[in-house]
Ligand binder design. Structure first.
Ligand code: TXA
Ligand code: MG
Length: 340
């Protein structure tokens, strides 16, 4: 299959992508978080193609994207008061709500769960595409399963060229990590995946919000997490990533003492001058937004420079930094060394 690269800024590009969606095809779609691999959410056959293109495990459900709050009504059993409040505060934006699903949601989307994740993205191209397609859009991150998520159209082409109908280039993603997932199907609500909307922001609207164990910790073998995606190894470059937990000085000393062929560093912006191995940066030490935006690009870049062992500076799990911590821990298979 020839994968079309469409520039969203060009006339007719969004309409062309919408036509592909309507006729059961797959399109790489820009969102403010990461690129999504989009299909008509109401067409089980089209959704099944997403799993094949990504090599995605069959028990990992998909998020359904809408372009107006009114579209949620027929996708879920009911819209609780808490969902309305959250939507008012943070939609459109980088947040997914898990609710009890309606019969309209095909099994291919929910993979046997009684719930569905709904997201109303803020990216103008994503919204235009959903509106033009005239159907809700199911979309996981547009990466090969297991690899880092994609934050540019070029990343999507690298993973999906020849496997999907088109990629709609809407430029680099501004948030850079996937949406926050909160389930309202349990009481109190529970954070399943940290993202662009912080835990503090959720609590400001909902009061008590519990944090699922899988957010900060590795899962025990055979465990069945509330969010099935949590049990898979994720976001991993080919290199073996080791997180070093310590201050800047201890980090630089450790990395420099362990330099050798294939060793590389993933450090904060400005620290590269202290490091005597190839270094890739991912935002300033307290600039959690920049860390989120740059993380997946940095992980992909480390593979491009042939890194085999990557020593990563440990992110602080604060604000959006919690999402960065969660992703990097998974990329490292929870391998953390305390130093200094
Ligand atoms: O920002 C995002 O959310 C991006 C963009 C494209 O919108 N999408 C995304 O999708 O990250 P994906 O499939 O890569 O990650 C979705 C996660 C998976 O871990 C999945 O297990 C979980 O959401 N999930 C989906 N539906 C769920 C449900 N009903 N209950 C619990 N977890 C669910
Ligand atoms: Mg994903």
């Amino acid at each position: 299959m020839q994968t079309l690269l469409l520039n969203a800024a060009e006339k007719g590009a969004v309409e062309k992508a919408a036509e592909i969606i309507r006729s059961g095809g797959l399109v790489g779609m820009p969102t403010e978080t990461v690129y999504g691999l989009a299909a008509n959410a109401l067409d089980g056959k089209a959704v099944a193609k997403i799993f094949a293109a990504k090599g995605r495990p069959q028990d990992n459900p998909l998020i359904v994207h809408i372009s107006d709050f009114s579209q949620i009504g027929r996708l879920v059993r009911s819209v609780p008061e808490k969902a309305k409040k959250l939507a008012e505060a943070y939609w459109p934006g980088p947040m997914t709500m898990v609710l009890e699903k309606s019969e309209l949601i095909p099994d291919e989307v929910s993979t046997g769960l009684p719930t569905v994740g709904i997201r109303f993205p803020s990216h103008p191209v994503a919204r235009a595409l959903i509106t033009a397609a005239g159907v809700p859009i199911a979309a996981p991150s547009a990466n090969t399963s297991g690899l880092p998520s994609t934050t540019t159209a070029q990343h999507v082409m690298r993973d999906m060229n020849g496997k999907i109908d088109a990629v709609l280039d809407g430029g680099p993603c501004s948030v850079g990590v996937e949406s926050t997932i909160v389930t309202l199907a349990s009481d109190p609500p529970r954070l399943l995946r940290p993202g662009g909307i912080t835990l503090e922001q959720l609590r400001a609207v909902l009061g008590r919000v519990d944090v699922d164990r899988a957010v900060m910790n590795p899962l025990p073998k055979g465990a069945r997490p509330l969010s099935p995606g949590m049990k898979y190894k994720h976001y991993s470059p080919k290199a073996n990533v080791v997180i070093l937990d310590g201050n800047e000085r201890a980090y630089a000393d450790y990395v420099n003492a362990h330099r050798g062929p294939g060793v590389a560093a993933l450090c904060y912006t400005g620290e590269e001058k202290l490091i005597r191995v190839p270094a890739v940066t991912y935002g300033g030490e307290t600039d959690y937004g920049a860390q989120a935006r740059d993380l997946f690009e940095a992980l992909r870049h480390l593979d491009e420079i042939g890194a085999e062992t990557v020593y990563a500076r440990c992110p602080e799990p604060k604000g959006v930094g919690l999402a960065v911590y969660n992703r990097l821990m998974r990329a490292a298979g929870f391998e953390v060394l305390r130093i200094g």
